[in-house]
Structures are given as structure tokens and as C-alpha cells.
Design a protein around this ligand. Sequence first.
Ligand SMILES: [Zn+2]
Length: 311
Amino acid sequence: MRIVPGFDLFFIGLYALLIPLVGLVAWLVTGIPALFALALAMLAAYLLLALRRPLRRRQAVHAPFPGEWREFLLSRSPFYRGLDDSGRQRFERDVRLFLAETRIAGSGGAPVSWPTELLVAAGAATMLHGRPDWEPPLLDGVTVYPGFAFDRNYRPGRGSIAGQAPAGGPLLVAEKSLLEGFAGERDGINVMIHELAHYFDLEARKGGLRIVADSVRPIPWSVAIEKAYERHDFAASPLPDYAARNEAEFFACASELFFEDPIRLGASCPRLFSLLEEFYGQDPSGNVLAGTHQTPGSGAGNAVVRGMLNG
Ligand SMILES: [Zn+2]
């Protein structure tokens, strides 16, 4: 994430030039100097509004990163643990930017604890680490339900839905499953990564992302993931059965394994691994291996969350 996204910077610069220019032309054409003064006043008002977001982001980035947060991330995220100093600084900056702009609330608007907020942000910072020009696709924020799951009527403590990614947002996640996702190292299960992947997938389709994958020239993301889904051997796959439901679940489950145990995914599905590597702009193998405490696949909570992922 950039402190000022390139898109914002482009439009701020464009309007900062256009508004006085229009005022100047109006003055020259009509001979009324007040029109130019009016344009300057409009420019000042525009800049006051337009610069609020960059200033807010700048302030967020420069706020100190609490030691307690750092310790918590070190204990929960092999990805973060495996980063070098500059990587960790960028990760922390992304966490700050995410928290400054993303609404995270409990069901019914209840407040959410800082560790929960931090893990939500850590999911986004992990996935964006290789795509500094991307923004988290979560304009409608995140709603956290208590317990391990909720049902189709969004009643917490019932049903088996650990998370959901409705197209209109917000991202929904059950708090205990979120925590479990960051507790089991390299178990390939992380509901936050899974649900966020759905939104990145939607954004890539909407935005017409093109990807080379193993083609001669770039092809639309939607075609690349469709081909990967169709050729995937689910019988010999390290992905859960849920991945076979459709292309979207295939990509979301593959993203979980890509960030949780990239070495396993790379060894068993090299073409799928390369596709995700290009999509996310990174190969997390080095960080995850460097940051791993446990033996592969020995993550806690594996049995609890397996089979509960949904949406
Ligand atoms: Zn899903």
C-alpha cells in the first residue's frame, strides 16, 4: 500500500491544474478577474477535502507501532516473523494504513478487541506484501461474529460458516476461527486469507487484470484461473475438497495454502503456485520457512476449522 495511492495522486494533481486553468480562461474570456479568484477559492476548498485522506494515511504511518502489537504478530504470523527488518517495517506500515481506513466492527456494531483487529489487518498486509500498488478491496469493512461460526441467518454460535465474502461486503468472519487461522502454522487453513482472496479475485475480474501465467502473452485473470481450475487434479490435490466446488473456492483455498505452506503447494502444484506467485507478486516460501516454529502440518486447531470454511 502506498501512503498516497497513485490513483489519488493523479487526480489531485489533475484537478489542482485544471481548476485554476479554467478560472484563468474564464477571466481572459469575460474580463472578470473575480472568476479567477473564485477558481482559486474552489481550488483551496478542493485541496482541503482531497488532501484529508493522504494526510490521514501519513499520520497513521508515522504513529509508533506498539511493541505489544509487534510481539503479538511475532507469536501469530510465520510470514511476518520470517521477514527481514525492511519487510517488517513495510508490513507494519500496511497494517497501520489498513486499520486507519477499514471499518472493523463486531456484529451489531460492537467494538472489537485489538488482537482481532490486528489479525484482520495482518491478513491483508500478508496478501498485499508483493503488490504495493494495490489497496485492500474492503470498502465496506469487516464484521466480526463471536465464536467459531455463524449460520445462514447470521446467528453466531450456530451453523458452520467461519467466514463469508458477500459481493456487496462487508467481509464476515467468526472471531475464534480467525484466531485459529493464525494459530496453526502451515496447516493451510486461514479464514481471513480465504475470504480476502474472494475479494481480490472479484477485483481482478472487475479491473480486467491480465496475467502471463504459462501463456505466451498476458491473458485475463478470469481465463487464467478458469484454466487452472479445469486442469487441476483434485484427486491428488493438497487442497481441501471444498476447493473443487467452483473456481472462486479453488482460488481462495489455494491462496490459503500459498500463504500458509507455500512449499507444499509449490512442490505438489508448481503451475498453480506460479499462477498465484504472479497474482500476488511474491513468493512467500522464504519468509514462511524462516518464520516457522513447528514441523509442517502440525498446526493447532486443524481439526476444528477444517470443513467449516464457507462463503
Ligand atoms: Zn470461500
